[in-house]
Design a protein around this ligand. Structure first.
Ligand SMILES: Cc1cc2nc3c(=O)[nH]c(=O)nc-3n(C[C@H](O)[C@H](O)[C@H](O)COP(=O)(O)OP(=O)(O)OC[C@H]3O[C@@H](n4cnc5c(N)ncnc54)[C@H](O)[C@@H]3O)c2cc1C
Length: 314
């Protein structure tokens, strides 16, 4: 979809099968790339700005020698598409926090469901030995398990065991990184594609005045770097901390239990989980309510305590 839409834009030359090999640098700034096609022929592409949108192993970031920081990631990810009976919450996705392992059931196009297992690396040997069997038994053993035994696997089980959290740049002289090239994070929260689109948008907005000739490119690039940090810093802090494979902390347990029993806490939790702006502060504001809901639940579990409210399916 992205390729089709981009190729249809006036002024875009789509060059499939070309790989960026080297950066062109003149007068202290990057001024383009050398690309090689499938026949081995090389060509220079020149421009005022080079954008590295080349994913989590970004060669452009490496070639540019941009600063980078890598943080550990202690989970593996295995998943496959299945056809058959849909999970109870379809068309919504369901995410299991098994503390510390994670699982996901994602209903998607054409009646397919993507089942994913994201356990800690403690289970890596089991998944490497027999990915199909490990995935099916992992999903079937979930609490309120989705109907994986009533489904047929469509396509191979895809696994990824090395997914360090990586932050780079995101700018250099005449150069900017977007998407995973700038920030590759733990896939548990499903934010990567959204952030790839958003970071591209922030870059475009930041450098528009420079492209109109109203200011120097460096100013626009600095604006992009600030925006990237401002928008994503607090979310990446939470995501990278959880990516260590640690167990849920007390605050997270209270929050999740509160969300299961109280619609207002659930709404705030959803807003935070779906990365809506300024929800960290909104979540803090609902802390007293989270504590009250948890206290009520604790009391209700004692003999003679008030009746327990049933957790909803949020
Ligand atoms: C297991 C797993 C599960 C995930 N689940 C989700 C999810 O549920 N939701 C979500 O939003 N995100 C998810 N993500 C993250 C998501 O896949 C990425 O964040 C997203 O694809 C990043 O987009 P991008 O365009 O920056 O990079 P990419 O999608 O990696 O695209 C980079 C492109 O650059 C090309 N390229 C690389 N080097 C060169 C070169 N030298 N010359 C020319 N081209 C080059 C590559 O071929 C590729 O096409 C998941 C990731 C993993 C690993």
């Amino acid at each position: 979809l992205v390729r089709e839409i981009t190729a249809a834009e006036p002024g875009v030359d789509l060059a499939l099968g070309c790989t960026a090999q080297r950066l062109l640098r003149e007068d202290g700034a990057f001024q383009g790339v050398v690309v090689r096609d499938r026949n081995g022929s090389e060509a220079e592409l020149r421009g005022r700005l080079v954008v590295g949108a080349d994913g989590r192993a970004s060669g452009i970031a490496e070639l540019a020698g941009l600063p980078s920081k890598t943080l550990p990631h202690e989970r593996i990810a295995y998943g496959a598409y299945f056809e058959g009976r849909l999970p109870a919450n379809a068309p919504d996705a369901t995410l299991w926090f098994l503390d510390p392992d994670v699982a996901v059931a994602n209903p998607t196009d054409d009646g397919l469901v993507f089942y994913g297992a994201l356990p800690t690396k403690a289970r890596m040997a089991e998944f490497k030995r027999d990915p199909e069997a490990a995935l099916v038994s992992y999903i079937a053993a979930l609490p309120e398990a989705p109907p994986i035994h009533e489904s047929t696997q469509v396509g191979p089980v895809i696994g990824k065991v090395d997914m360090p959290n990586r932050m780079r740049g995101p700018i250099g002289p005449g150069l900017a990184l977007v998407g995973d090239a700038a920030l590759a994070t733990d896939p548990v929260f499903g934010v990567g594609c959204g952030w790839a689109f958003q970071s591209s948008e922030w870059l475009a907005e930041s450098i528009a005045p420079a492209l109109r000739g109203e200011e120097a490119l460096d100013r626009g690039l600095s604006r992009y770097r600030r925006r990237h940090r401002r928008e994503l810093r607090s979310h990446t802090f939470v995501i990278h901390d959880f990516a260590t494979g640690r167990r849920l902390n007390l605050i997270e347990r209270l929050l999740m239990r509160g969300a299961a029993h109280d619609p207002e806490v659930a709404a705030r939790f959803k807003a935070f989980g779906s990365r809506q702006p300024k929800t960290g502060r909104a979540l803090a504001a609902v802390t007293p309510r989270i504590l009250v809901v948890n206290a009520r639940q604790a009391l209700s579990r004692r003999p003679g305590g008030p009746a327990q409210t049933a957790p909803d399916q949020t």
